[in-house]
Write a protein that binds this ligand. Structure first.
Ligand code: NDP
Length: 240
């Protein structure tokens, strides 16, 4: 039984979520790791980890995952609502199903994740909600139309939620990364959008490692509960 509090991470099967899982595990935390690719979660080989194959669109599955992990390791002290997809593309020609996926996963999925733990945190007057936005939740790009909409949503919700949770001593942190080297663009079908993205990325000397983001998140979490970094904006130095 680990003596540090339980940390829940959605989208822990790759990229930033995986890096955050490794960082918190190294710091001695038990973990609740959620994603659809269970084989990838198992492949991490992390100790004291409850692995749940679940889709963040499935509200009941998230509640059940939290219940199961808390029965083993005590209350979730941080939820990293990280799972997301970037179906970037030309708004006039991309399949509307791409919007549906982004809206459902990046907005409702984030809400489902924080809602699964927020009442417990309110009752305990302790906890951290770490919500994944993007630099695309602060500025817009023509071929990111709906993706930007979903990330602006996360920004707005996190600001409102921060005010709501403050009297309960629960921290709400929003994180806005720029270009990070992950699998996030694997689902982009629009060749022109992908080519433009890769050209822009090359022009700034490439993205940065998910491990850098993970260290920042760990540092923000480790501040005293009475102190909060309200927003983390992390980009490659040349990305403006
Ligand atoms: P990855 O594609 O590597 O990771 C995405 C993660 O989300 C995977 O673990 C995936 O797991 C999970 N996921 C996606 N859909 C669902 C779902 N419906 N239910 C459960 N899990 C899901 O990319 P990143 O690590 O880059 O992405 C993580 C977050 O960071 C996203 O919200 C993304 O928008 C955001 N972000 C990324 C940036 C970047 O440059 N990489 C920049 C700014 C923000 P699985 O498929 O196994 O379910």
């Amino acid at each position: 039984m680990a003596d540090k509090p339980l940390i829940a991470i959605t989208g822990a099967s790759s990229g930033i979520g995986e890096a955050v899982a490794r960082a918190f595990s190294k710091a001695g935390h038990p973990l609740l790791l959620i994603a659809r690719r269970l084989d990838r979660l198992e492949g991490l080989g992390l100790p004291n980890a409850v692995l749940k194959k679940a889709d963040v669109r499935d509200r009941a599955a998230l509640v059940e995952a939290v219940r199961e992990a808390e029965a083993q390791y005590g209350p979730v002290d941080m939820m990293f609502a990280n799972a997301g997809v970037a179906r970037l593309g030309d708004i006039a020609t991309q399949p509307p199903e791409d919007w549906d996926e982004m809206i459902d996963i990046n907005t409702k999925g984030v809400m489902n994740s924080v809602h699964a733990v927020m009442n417990g945190m309110i009752a305990r007057k302790h906890g951290t909600l770490m919500m994944m936005s993007s630099i695309a939740g602060r500025q817009v790009y023509p071929d990111h139309t709906v993706y930007c909409g979903t990330k602006f949503f996360v920004h707005a919700v996190s600001e409102s939620l921060r005010g709501y949770m403050a009297p309960h001593d629960v921290r709400v942190i929003v994180i806005s990364p720029g270009i990070i080297d992950t699998e996030v663009l694997d689902g982009v079908r629009d060749e022109t959008t992908l080519a433009n993205y890769k050209a822009n990325k090359a022009a700034i000397g490439g993205g940065i490692s998910a491990d850098v983001v993970a260290d920042l998140i760990l540092n923000a979490y480790q501040l005293p509960q009475r102190a909060i970094v309200q927003e983390i904006v992390i980009t490659p130095t040349r990305q403006t």
